[in-house]
Ligand binder design. Structure first.
Ligand code: GDP
Length: 445
């Protein structure tokens, strides 16, 4: 997503090399690149203007701390502003009400409402141990009701049946009544969508809203629609008091415009991101992680963060040194990186911090697999002797077999790990020679 932005920033970093601080003059070109990248990503023009103005204001005079270059410092500012644009911190669901907590789902047809109901039901059942009921008020498409029934079965939650002969309001009231009598804690209400905004649909959902008084009204929107997604969000937000947005299909080739503009335009937080068709593909939306993902420069961002916060200065300096020397980087450092990243926010957080190419590879694994594979990597490195960790080149066939047996994995996995390590080491060498721009180009390749 937003590959152009990271590419363009890479160029910018190069032009800023050697400058001692950021000034109006030297960041003008850089900001032009950022502006172009955002427009290409289909970010709404007023959002782009505000964003550039904010970055300019914050960047000028920004002291370039410690081991950072001015280019890196600018990336730091862009990262902070991207985070702010998307709402700063994660906003979770509010379920604090007399049960059932009603969640009304709104959105156009095909946005991913029914899928998201299933995903959310599963998430609430599994992570919060909630007793969940789902119901469909889409009386225009019999297939929609059947689809929700299937999804409810897969999510392991209760389904309140409805038919196309019922009225949406009656269905909804019936479901609330049922939920109360059977002690459901959450009721998810799926609604009918149309292909485009349409008055009758808006009236119907407004009526449902008035009758149900949901604690959450979530607008579900396809991120691939870019600015259109944002315009639709604005229209729904005017008709209904939305409490949040779910951006779906962020796994596809969404250009990022919707993620960056929706909060700014509607004032409503993005609460979840849909990242796949499977029911496990729903993530709480974290602006900071999304900003990192957009910039796609995991290691560099962690470095900036640590250098700027002054947290764990020693480690940051040591890591910076390693990044600079490249050749010193060994398997013990690789493990340390993995452990550090795991601590920084679990595997989800870690994936965001990994360089784009790894995150991409990991993203193709089923949910949970990434978790396991990371623990396995640690396990394999733990099975090595300190001497082997410091001298990975020593690890030939017989050592590989011993390590694999020790870690309880196949030799191929040891090979894969060594390859990954080698790639990382190479990247760090490039980083030390050519700076971020070069490293980033190598990541694209
Ligand atoms: P609805 O009409 O709003 O209820 O939309 P559906 O839930 O039926 O979804 C429409 C299509 O989008 C289906 O093929 C879903 O599998 C797909 N879909 C939904 N959410 C996601 C997502 O996060 N990622 C991807 N790749 N596909 C999704």
């Amino acid at each position: 997503m937003l590959e152009n932005l990271s590419q363009r920033l890479g160029r910018v970093v190069k032009t800023l090399r050697g400058e001692a601080r950021l000034t109006e003059d030297n960041i003008a070109d850089a900001l032009r690149e950022v502006r172009m990248a955002l427009l290409e990503a289909d970010v709404a023009l007023p959002v782009v203007k505000d964003f550039i103005a904010a970055v300019r204001e914050k960047a000028i005079g920004e002291e370039v701390v410690g081991s950072l270059s001015p280019g890196q410092a600018l990336i730091g500012v862009v990262h902070r502003e991207l985070t702010r644009l998307m709402g700063e911190a994660h906003v979770g669901l509010n379920l604090a009400t007399q049960p059932p907590a009603i969640i009304l789902m709104a959105g156009l047809q095909g946005a991913g409402k029914t899928t998201t109901v299933g995903k959310l039901a599963k998430l609430l059942r599994e992570t919060q141990k909630k007793k969940v009921l789902v119901v469909s008020c889409d009386v225009y498409r019999p297939a929609a009701i059947a689809q929700l029934k299937t999804v409810a079965g897969q999510a392991g939650v209760d389904f309140f049946p409805s038919t196309v002969d019922d009225k949406p309001l009656d269905i909804a009231r019936g479901a609330v009544d049922w939920a109360k009598r059977h002690h459901h804690e959450v009721l998810l209400v799926d609604t009918a969508g149309r292909l485009a905004i349409d008055e009758a649909m808006m009236r119907e959902i407004a009526e449902l809203h008035a009758a149900l008084k949901p604690i959450e009204t979530l607008f579900v929107v396809d991120a691939m629609l870019g600015q259109d997604a944002v315009n639709t969000a604005r229209a729904f937000n005017e008709a209904l008091p939305l409490t949040g947005v779910v951006l779906t299909k962020l796994d596809g080739d969404a250009r990022g415009g919707a993620a960056l503009s929706v909060r700014h335009v509607t004032g409503r937080p993005i609460k979840f991101a849909g990242i796949g068709e499977k029911l496990g593909g729903l993530e709480p939306f974290h602006p900071e992680r999304m900003a990192s993902r957009i910039l796609g420069m995991g290691d560099v961002l962690s470095l900036i963060e640590e250098a700027q916060k002054g947290v764990d200065q020693e480690k940051a300096v040591a890591l910076a040194k390693k990044l600079k020397s490249g050749k010193d980087f060994d398997l013990a450092d690789f493990r340390e990186q993995i452990v550090q990243m795991r601590k920084m926010g679990g595997v989800g957080g870690m994936l965001d911090k990994l360089p784009a190419q790894f995150a991409k590879a990991a993203g193709q694994m089923p949910a949970g697999a990434a978790d396991k594979s990371i623990l396995r990597i640690e396990g394999i490195i733990n099975s090595m002797t300190p001497h082997e960790r410091a001298n990975p080149d020593l690890i030939k066939a017989s050592r590989k077999r011993r390590i694999a047996t020790g870690a309880g994995v196949q030799v191929q996995e040891v090979n894969r790990l060594l390859n990954q390590f080698e790639q990382t080491r190479k990247m760090m060498k490039q980083f030390s020679r050519g700076g971020i721009g070069k490293m980033m180009r190598s990541m694209k390749g």
